[in-house]
Ligand binder design. Structure first.
Ligand SMILES: NC(=O)c1ccc[n+]([C@@H]2O[C@H](COP(=O)([O-])OP(=O)(O)OC[C@H]3O[C@@H](n4cnc5c(N)ncnc54)[C@H](O)[C@@H]3O)[C@@H](O)[C@H]2O)c1
Length: 308
């Protein structure tokens, strides 16, 4: 099938592009290289360089596509705190632009990359999709606003949309050297280079780490699941385990055969204490379940970072 991956030069998007190409699909990438890298874009994909909020460009990129995987976004929570307007333009207006162009072009389905941040620290853990949504940063508000646009486009115009709420994704091509790098590549990079990893707070805060190949599988499942079941809905994509940052460090220490000695820094404003997603709805409706255990995913991530 003909597909478009927005954000296809980024971490998640580029892994998805590679898998789509391997599956024999035709792939376009739309990306403005804000946090993505040209070197991530497969030469077998057709590249549209520019902004998801650029109507004319998006119209060209979606023409003739059956499925759009909308991954492009300004992703860093901290950046959104510092620059809420640009985050909103990319994430909320960008998604609306993609949805409108997809509708006009007769795209069958848009799969949207949402985020567990929409829960904002839910009381029930593991958290099901029915929990109260209380985003706590401009980033999280924008991801939720775009989710609502997806639902409204399904209900109002009949465009098939599926939102996937990713929980802390990690794996190949997630870089430690970006401005707001994620904790797993930061920890691995510190341990590989003999530095002390920085832990914000007491390290007892937990996350539900989800391996990139599972996230790619979730996208493929969301592209084909029956519309009468999933259109207009949002699903957790969650590894399913709750791991504290100190346990994560210990696991990496075992893999790298070092004893991690963290530096403790003040807690970060807005950090939630516990995060773990309930994946039952995705299993029921999309036929999708995360399969890669943390230890296996961490080993593959260490191998990738070692070869960089
Ligand atoms: N990585 C995670 O743990 C995680 C968790 C929850 C949700 N998400 C969502 O998954 C998606 C992909 O995240 P990622 O981790 O691969 O991040 P990333 O920063 O590596 O990728 C995002 C890509 O989008 C591109 N982009 C950003 N703004 C754009 C714009 N206005 N126009 C065109 N391209 C633009 C960037 O250049 C980059 O290539 C995002 O929507 C993010 O909100 C990620």
């Amino acid at each position: 099938m003909q597909t478009l991956v927005t954000g296809g030069a980024g971490f998640i998007g580029s892994n998805l592009v590679d898998r789509l190409l391997a599956g024999g699909h035709t792939v376009r990438v739309l990306d403005d290289l804000f946090t993505g890298f040209r070197e991530n874009i497969s030469p077998s994909a057709e590249f549209f360089e520019g902004n998801v909020a650029d109507e004319a460009l998006v119209r060209d990129a979606v023409a003739g596509c059956e499925v759009v995987f909308h991954q492009a976004a300004h992703k860093a929570v901290q950046r959104s705190v510092e620059a809420p307007l640009t985050t909103d333009m990319a994430n909320t207006h960008g998604t609306l632009t993609v949805l409108k162009a997809a509708l006009d072009a007769g795209v069958r389905r848009v799969v949207y990359a949402s985020s567990s941040s929409v829960y904002g620290g839910a009381e029930v853990v593991p958290t099901p999709e029915s929990q109260v949504l209380m985003p706590r940063s401009p980033y999280a508000v924008s991801k939720l606003a775009a989710e609502h646009y997806c639902r409204v486009f399904a209900e109002l115009y009949g465009l098939e949309t599926v939102a996937l709420r990713y929980f802390n994704v990690y794996g190949r091509r997630q870089r430690p050297d970006s401005t707001y790098a994620a904790v797993i590549p930061l920890f691995i990079d510190a341990l590989l280079s003999g530095h002390r990893p920085t832990v914000h707070g007491d390290g007892g805060q937990s996350r539900d780490f989800t391996y990139i190949e599972d996230v790619v599988d979730a996208n493929l499942a969301a592209a084909t699941a029956p519309a009468d079941v999933c259109a207009g809905k949002a699903y957790n994509v969650a590894g399913g385990d709750e791991t504290s940052l100190l346990d994560l460090l210990a696991a990496l220490g075992r893999i790298l055969e070092v004893v991690p000695e963290p530096n403790f820094a003040p807690p970060r404003a807005g950090d939630v204490r516990r995060s773990r997603g309930d994946g039952a709805a995705a299993t029921r409706d999309l036929g999708f379940t995360c399969r890669v255990p943390l230890d296996e995913g961490l080993r593959a991530t260490v191998d990738w970072l070692r070869t960089r």
